[in-house]
Design a protein around this ligand. Sequence first.
Ligand code: UDX
Ligand code: UDX
Length: 480
Amino acid sequence: MSINNKIKNICCLGAGYVGGPTMAVLANKCPDINIFVTDVDKEKIKKWNSDNLAELPVFEPGLDELVSKNRNKNLFFTSDIESSIRKADIIFISVNTPTKEHGLGAGYASDLKWVESSARLVGKYSEGHTIIVEKSTVPVRTAELIQKIVSSYSKISNKKLPSYKTFSVLSSPEFLAEGTAIKDLETPDRVLIGGEDNEALDLLSLIYQKWIPKEKIYLTNLWSSELSKLTANAFLAQRISSINAISALCEPSGADVKEVSKAIGSDTRIGGKFLFAGPGFGGSCFQKDLLNLIYLCKFYNLIQVAEYWEQVLKLNEWQKKRISKLIIEVFFGTVTDKKIVLLGFSFKPNTNDIRESPAITIALELIENGANLKIHDPKVSKEQINKVFSAKDIFKNQNKSQNKKWEFSNELSTLFKNADAVIIVTEWPDYRDLNWQEISKVMRKPSWIFDTRGILSEKDLSNTDLNFWRVGKGFIERNK
Ligand code: UDX
Ligand code: UDX
């Protein structure tokens, strides 16, 4: 089968962290296909079209190159959703699916209102036969919802027009991790395509085969594909909670979690990846997908299974809180007016994404306790942090918020003067090479370094009088 005759135009609804990079790679690998990336947020589209590549709305290593190479050749960022859908042979749905805040399933289920409105737009504007691909992570059986919505439009149009619209819905979940998105998209471990329509499955598979070996493309039924995505993220999150649980045990017992990770990770059955203890996982996916899985289990009355997965989330919350608590306890329970430098605010390095970042919880606990916080991050902006903080109770209440102090700086050199403590929350490369000997000279004594990512060793702090705590090792007595 030739895709060139069948697939000329692709549309993507949602130009976020998933839609943008995925389509940039697709455009680069398929120069014969025109890709139209749309978003309801017109400002975001403007940024995607900015001549200044530093202004792209998503920071991802290698993304700017792909955008500058293909933009306005076969990769178009546009707010004209209607005509992009009209032209498209395949439509990817990459809109956000946040956890529901109200109504049935609140706090657990995904809010599918954006998926639903996207399906309605596709139903309304598409022409002829359209393949719809779920890219967003969705609860199992969402494809059924999309199919029902779009089919209802094909019936309406049947009445008006002699021609009719038909649809095939596929699931092809995204496994990219932020910070390595381009690499993950170019050389994925596997690609999943779920669906019932063999022709549509083959067409999408042929597109991926332009750069991915066929044996890495797994064709499954729709529900297996949707459930595999939730399960993959649940397993990854579970590994992090498992090693974080062990990190807490290492600290009082004298073991070192790094040594334990290495020892268990070299067992090929366990494997060495995703065994880095830290301040808890963040990002837009793990928590949301676990909540979804838990909701699904409860829906099928599998209460024990739901409770099993719920524990992964509880442990994650506990890890963030236990770290802020131990910092406060070091200062005898009061951090009021202590100057604390928080290094890193994104949920992981090489991204400007702060969704569910452990830095949020740790920062808020410290601010709530009166600390004077100086926040640094190489890619996150003050506005992003402000937006998250201002939605929180401690900043909403005018009276309460008066004494809540935080400042943002992206200038490292002046940050440490008179600081009582430094907390490394995100392991940005910039923080690995800091000159602790110089930093120690300008900090107020006694001064503390809390390394929640385990990137520093005692050697890095040699010839300083810095007190040192590292995740999974605890307080480290040093010969200063
Ligand atoms: C994606 C997935 O869609 C989500 O399910 C997954 O779990 C995480 O990754 P992501 O790309 O990270 O979401 O989200 P975001 O960066 O917020 O991008 C979504 C975009 O969709 C936003 O730019 C938003 O403006 C846009 N959108 C939303 C639409 O264009 N139309 C809508 O109806 C709703
Ligand atoms: C994740 C999945 O990895 C990806 O396949 C899926 O498509 C989307 O969700 P992402 O959230 O972008 O990707 O990043 P990931 O690298 O998985 O990290 C998630 C969080 O776990 C980060 O906060 C990270 O710091 C933390 N983490 C990761 C650890 O604390 N320890 C580890 O060993 C690995």
